[in-house]
Design a protein around this ligand. Structure first.
Ligand code: SIN
Length: 497
C-alpha cells in the first residue's frame, strides 16, 4: 500500500476518473475547506481519499446559494424541470458501472448490489421527472354562490437533506429528485463515510443542466453542518434518513423555525412465517431481506416469528442458504456479502449475538468473525431466540437471523406489534383471508406479503410510530416537497341570471 490512497483509487478502476470528486459542491463550484475528513474502504480499512470537513460558514453559503437559486428554478415550467431530471437519469445510467464501483469502494456492498442500487437511485429521478408534470390541484365548489376555490401545489422552498451511508446513492435521489421536480432547491449533507457517491451524482447533475445553486453538497462531520441545516430560517423543509435517536433530536430543533419535516428512521422488522407458508419461498425471501447489504438496511428482517409447525424446516433451509453466501471484498466479482461499515458496527452486532446466546439461543450457522478479516461476520442463523433478547428489541443492522418460535398467528402478530418501530414487516402465508387479516393487524408502514423485497420507486416508502414521518417515492413522495395554496375567489361575472 502506498498509504496515500492511490492504490485504493487504482483498484476502483474508474472508466471516468473525473467522477471521483474530493471537493464539496456549492453554488456550482467545487470548493475546499480548511480541514479534511478521510474516507476509508471498509473492506480494507485503507483511505481512498479525503473530502472537506466543512463548518457552519460554508453551510450558510450553501443555504444562501439555494435560496438565491430558488426563484428562477421555481419559475421553470414543470416540463422544463422534467427535461433536466431526465437527462440526469440518463447520465447516471450511462455511468452506472463507475458509480457502482465508487459505491462499493466507499461502502463495502458487493458490486452486484451496488449496480442495483444505482439503477434504484436512477429510477427515482426518472419517476419524479414524470410525476412533476402531473402535479394537479383542485377546484372546490365554493361555500357561497359567488365564490370559487382553487387549490394548487407550490414548492415548499429550500430543502435541507441529510442522508446515510447504507444507501449512498438511492437515499439521495429519493429526496433530491422529488424536491427538484417540485421546484425546490436543495442543500445535501451526505454521510461523511460515503461522500463520493453524492459528489459523483452532483458532477452528473451539472452535465444534465441543473443550474448553479439548485443542488449543493456539503461534506464533512455532522455537528456544525447539521446545526445550520436545522436552524437556518431560509431552510423551509428538513428531510432526514438515519437513526431514530438522531432523527428525534434534529426534528425537535427544526421546530424553532417551524420547518416541514420528513423522517425515515430505524425499523425492527418482524418476518412472520405461518404454518401454511410456502417454505422455499419464505427462505428465499428471508435471505433477500435479511442479508441484503450485509443486513444494514432499515427494512431488513430483524426478528423471525416462525410457526412451530414449520420452524425446524425453515431454520435448516435458511441456515443452508446463509452458509453458502460468499463473504469478502465487494469489489471481487464472486462476493455475495461484504464487510460491515466499521468495527463499531461489528461490536454492536456481536453484542446482540452474545446477548441472544445468553438468553438461550443456539447458533445453527455463523456467529463469529469470518476469515476475510475483522469487519466481516459470517452470515448467522440463531434458533431458540427469546422474544425479549436484544436482537428482537433493537435494530441489529447486521447479518444475523434470529428465529423466535411461535405457536399461533395471534402470538406472531402480538410480538410483531410489540415495538415502537413501525417501518417494514413481512408475512408468508398462502391463505388469502389470513393474509388480509394479518396485513390489517400489523402496525407497520409497509408489509411484504410473500416477498422479502419491497423497495421500489413506485410505492410509498416510510413508517409509522417512531419509524418516521412522511413517505418517499411514489406519487405521494412529491407532496412532501409541496405546500397547498388556496385561492378563495369572489367572482362577479357581470351576467344577469
Ligand atoms: C434504508 O435502509 O434506509 C432504505 C432501504 C431501501 O430503500 O430499501
Amino acid at each position: 500500500m502506498s498509504g496515500d490512497g492511490s492504490d485504493e483509487v487504482a483498484r476502483i478502476a474508474l472508466t471516468h476518473p473525473a467522477l471521483l470528486k474530493t471537493r464539496a459542491f456549492i453554488n456550482g463550484a467545487w470548493i475546499d475547506g480548511e480541514r479534511r475528513v478521510a474516507v476509508t474502504n471498509p473492506a480494507t480499512g485503507v483511505e481512498i481519499a479525503s473530502v472537506p470537513d466543512l463548518g457552519g460558514d460554508e453551510t450558510k453559503r450553501a443555504v444562501m446559494a439555494a435560496d438565491k437559486a430558488l426563484p428562477a428554478w421555481r419559475a421553470h415550467s414543470a416540463k422544463e424541470r422534467s427535461a433536466v431530471l431526465r437527462r440526469w437519469f440518463e447520465l447516471i445510467l450511462s455511468h452506472k458501472e463507475d458509480l457502482a464501483r465508487l459505491m462499493t469502494a466507499e461502502q463495502g456492498k458487493p458490486l452486484a448490489e451496488a449496480r442495483s442500487e444505482i439503477a434504484y437511485a436512477a429510477a427515482f429521478i426518472e419517476w419524479f421527472s414524470e410525476e412533476g408534470k402531473r402535479s394537479y390541484g383542485d377546484i372546490i365548489p365554493g361555500h357561497t354562490r359567488d365564490t370559487r376555490i382553487w387549490v394548487d401545489r407550490r414548492p415548499v422552498g429550500v430543502v435541507a437533506a441529510i442522508t446515510p451511508w447504507n444507501f449512498p446513492a438511492a437515499m439521495i435521489t429519493r429526496k433530491v429528485a422529488p424536491a427538484l421536480a417540485a421546484g425546490c432547491t436543495v442543500v445535501l449533507k451526505p454521510s461523511e463515510l460515503t461522500p463520493f457517491s453524492a459528489l459523483a451524482l452532483a458532477a452528473l447533475s451539472v452535465e444534465a443542466g441543473v443550474p448553479d445553486g439548485v443542488f449543493n453538497v456539503v461534506t464533512g462531520t455532522p455537528e456544525a453542518i447539521g446545526d445550520i441545516l436545522v436552524s437556518d430560517p431560509r431552510v423551509a423543509k428538513f428531510t432526514f434518513t438515519g437513526s431514530t435517536a438522531v432523527g428525534k433530536l434534529l426534528a425537535a430543533r427544526c421546530m424553532s423555525t417551524v420547518k416541514r419535516v420528513s423522517l425515515e428512521l430505524g425499523g425492527n422488522a418482524p418476518f412472520i412465517v405461518c404454518a401454511d407458508a410456502d417454505i422455499d419461498a419464505a427462505i428465499a425471501g428471508a435471505l433477500a431481506s435479511k442479508f441484503r447489504n450485509t443486513g444494514q438496511t432499515c427494512v431488513c428482517a430483524n426478528r423471525f416469528l416462525v410457526h412451530d409447525a414449520v420452524y425446524d424446516a425453515f431454520a435448516e433451509g435458511l441456515a443452508e442458504r446463509a452458509r453458502a453466501l460468499r463473504v469478502g471484498d465487494g469489489l471481487a466479482s464472486e462476493t455475495d456479502q461484504g464487510p460491515l461499515i466499521d468495527l463499531r458496527a461489528v461490536a454492536k452486532v456481536r453484542a446482540h449475538v452474545a446477548d441472544a446466546i445468553q438468553h438461550g439461543a443456539r447458533v445453527v450457522t455463523g456467529g463469529e468473525t469470518h476469515i476475510a478479516g475483522k469487519p466481516y461476520l459470517k452470515p448467522t442463523v440463531l434458533t431458540n431466540v427469546a422474544a425479549d433478547a436484544l436482537l428482537c428489541r433493537e435494530e441489529t443492522f447486521g447479518p444475523i437471523a434470529g428465529l423466535v418460535r411461535v405457536s399461533s398467528n395471534d402470538e406472531a402478530v402480538t410480538l410483531a406489534n410489540a415495538s415502537r418501530a413501525g417501518l417494514a414487516s413481512y408475512l408468508y402465508t398462502r391463505d388469502f383471508n389470513l393474509a388480509h387479516g394479518i396485513c390489517e393487524a400489523l402496525d407497520y408502514g409497509m408489509v411484504g406479503l410473500n416477498t422479502g423485497l419491497i423497495s421500489t420507486e413506485v410505492a410509498p416508502f416510510g413508517g409509522c410510530k417512531e419509524s418516521g414521518i412522511g413517505r418517499e417515492g411514489s406519487h405521494y413522495g412529491l407532496g412532501e416537497f409541496q405546500e397547498l395554496r388556496t385561492v378563495c375567489a369572489r367572482l362577479d361575472d357581470g351576467l344577469t341570471r
